[in-house]
Design a protein. Structure first.
Length: 315
């Protein structure tokens, strides 16, 4: 069942860039309405599981703050979709794994091995190739700028993940943090309106079905399924499944929009996806390994302190 839920969730979120492109609205408009229209679905899900939501006030504020950062990521990524295409923009945005690895090294002291450093360099080379290197056969209205915006979006998404991870209690419901983060995303979109002269508080009627599908599908149902399934799956399987999302989006880009990538861009996409999968697997396996330098008694003391500090979730 976890595999089925994860695959279904990944299939749903693979349509995110497709719905954004079909809606044909400005970047901040897409960000605002994908959050606004998702709130009723997430609120209903939270009411169903609210007895399991034992988060502290600090964790709720962190979830809200993570949504503000996510709004920045989505604004940048939505613009990159228009410039680079649905498939390529999704692939390049996955460079967030590089930024998360760098943050883990600088902030948490995780060892940056030679293999991991090499993989980071390889992924960055793949991003450069995905931009088309300014060649005339590169796909996209402005592929170099689109790739740059997708990378900046990946940086913002990495910041979102770091904040959201601290707001998401492992033993509780995943719906509450997602709901609060989505509220933050809507607020962040409102704060971004001055930077988007094409923002529309009332989008065209032709855009409404796609914005609704974007919100209810990828923004709400897709991530609810993934949040329920991934904690139950092995680390390597999780990494491979998540990398499947940009691959499927690449396919949708070709089939739905006729996005004909150049040979250089296909090569860059393959390099980025392979590097991201390897980095993701390495990070997840490292988190699962016990810390051999810490005595078992110290682990017990930490667990005891955590239990005393953290209220139990009720069912």
């Amino acid at each position: 069942m976890p595999h089925l839920l994860a695959l279904l969730g990944i299939l749903i979120i693979s349509f995110s860039a497709v719905f954004v492109r079909l809606a044909a609205v400005s970047p901040v408009t897409a960000t605002f309405f994908r959050a606004l229209y998702a709130l009723p679905v997430l609120s209903a899900a939270w009411l169903f599981q609210r007895s399991r939501d034992a988060r502290t006030r600090r964790e709720r504020w962190l979830a809200l703050a993570s949504g503000l950062v996510l709004a920045v990521d989505l604004d940048l990524w939505h613009e990159s979709i228009a410039l680079l295409g649905a498939g390529l923009s999704t692939v390049v945005a996955n460079v967030q794994v590089v930024f998360v690895a760098a943050a883990a090294w600088m902030l948490y002291g995780e060892r940056l091995s030679a293999v991991r450093a090499s993989l980071i360099g390889i992924v960055l080379i793949g991003v450069a190739l995905s931009s088309g290197l300014g060649r005339p056969d590169a796909y996209g209205a402005r592929p170099v700028l689109g790739a740059a915006l997708a990378v900046l979006g990946g940086l913002a998404y990495a910041a979102f993940l770091l904040i959201y991870r601290r707001a998401n209690r492992p033993t509780g419901s995943s719906v509450g943090p997602l709901l609060d983060s989505t509220i933050g995303t809507a607020l962040g979109a409102i704060a971004s309106v001055p930077f988007d002269p094409r923002f529309a508080l009332v989008p065209p009627g032709t855009a409404q079905p796609w914005l609704t599908l974007l919100a209810v599908g990828p923004q709400a149902i897709g991530w609810l399924l993934i949040g329920a399934a991934l904690p139950r799956l092995p680390a390597v399987e999780t990494s491979v499944l998540l990398v499947g999302q940009p691959i499927v989006t690449l396919i949708w880009g070709v089939l739905i929009f006729g996005e004909r990538l150049s040979v250089v861009q296909w090569l860059g996409s393959a390099i980025v996806l392979a590097g991201v999968a390897a980095l993701s697997a390495m990070r997840r396996e490292a988190r699962l390994k016990p810390d051999a330098t810490t005595a078992p008694a110290e682990h017990e003391r930490r667990d005891r302190r955590r239990e005393n500090r953290t209220p139990r979730a009720t069912t």
